[in-house]
Design a protein around this ligand. Sequence first.
Ligand code: TYM
Length: 348
Amino acid sequence: MTSPEPANANASDAAAAKEPTQLRVLSGIQPTGRFHWGNYFGAIRQYIDLQHAGDAYYFIADLHALTTVREPEVLRSFVREAALDLVALGLDPKRATLFVQSDVPEVTELTWLLLTVTPMGLLERCHAYKEKKAKGLPADAGLFTYPVLMAADILAYDANTVPVGDDQVQHVEVCRDLAGTFNHLYGEVFTLPKARVIETAARVPGTDGQKMSKSYDNTIQVFEEPGKLKKKVMRITTDSRPMEAPKDPETDHLFELYRLMASAEETAAMAETYRRGGFGYGEIKKALHAAAEQFFAEARTRREALAADPATIDGILEEGAARAREQATRVLDRARAACGLSRGRGDR
Ligand code: TYM
C-alpha cells in the first residue's frame, strides 16, 4: 500500500532536483466543499509529487469559488479546511508555495489584460458555461469569463506545467491560446503552459460510475467521517451480472477505485479475482473500504494535529501569499509595459 507522504520531508533533495528540470508548476483547487477522491488522485497527488521536481505554486481558488459559494462564512471555512487538507496530505510549504488566490490581486489585473485579447467564441465553447446554458440555468459573467481568470492564474507565475484532471485540460488550452495571442501582439511576455494529466486518474469515477464531482452528488471525501465512508463505499453501484461470471476488471469502476489505493500486488490479485469470477461485489467493496481507510490514515492523524494549531496554517498562507505576489508582480509589470501601460507600481 502507498499512502500520502508526510509534510516537511528533507528540503535538500528538492534543491538538487530543481536544477536540471526547470519545472515551474502551478495549480489551483476550488474551496467549494471538502476535497474528494477525484481531487486527490487527479490533482493533489500530482501537486505533492511535483513539489520535489521544481518550483511549485499551489493555491486555493476562492475567486473562482465565488461563482458558486455565496455565503461568506461558508467560503471562509472552506478555504481553511482546504489549506488544512492540502498540508495534511503532504503539501510541504517549505518546498512549495501555498496561498489563497485572492491574496494576489495582481492576478485580477492580469485577467483584464487577457480579457482584452479573448474572443467571445472561445469562451462560448468552454464546457462549464456551455453545460450550464444547455441546462437552461442562468450564467453570470463570472462563470463565462472563468477560464480567463484561470489563464491569469497560470501565466502570473510563468508556469510551464499545470497538474490537473481531465476536466481542466480545455482551460489550460484556452490559457495557451490567450498567451499566444498576447505574445503575438506584444512580444514574448508569457510562458506557454502544458496540462499534466495522470492517465490512470484523469477522470476518477464517483459512486455511480460517472466522473466523481460535487455537481453529480457522487463523491467520497478524502477525510470522510469513518461511518459515512463505509456507507458510501457499500453503496457504490455495481452491475447485475451473475456472481459466477468472470468479469473484466478494466471496465469496472469499483476496480478502478481500488487500483488507486492498493499496491501493485494487491491490484494484480484483485484483477485475477475478477477474471476468475465467482465473487460477490460486497467482498470487493470491503477490500476497497479497508484500502481507503489505510491509505488516508496517516494524513488523517496529521490533519487532526494541524487543526489544533490554527496559527501554523495562517503563517503558511501568509508567507505563501508574499512569495506568490512577488512573482506575480514581476509578470504583471512585464505585461503592463509590453502593452503600453505604465510599467508598474514603482513607475507610476
Ligand atoms: P476543481 O476545484 O474543480 O478541481 C480541482 C482539481 O481536481 C481535479 N478533479 C478530478 N480529477 C480526476 N477525476 C475527477 N473526478 C476529478 N474531479 C476534480 C480537477 O481536474 C482539478 O485539477 N478551474 C479549476 C481550479 C483552478 C485552476 C487554476 C487549476 C483555478 N485556477 C489554474 C489549474 C490552474 C477547478 O475548478 O478545479
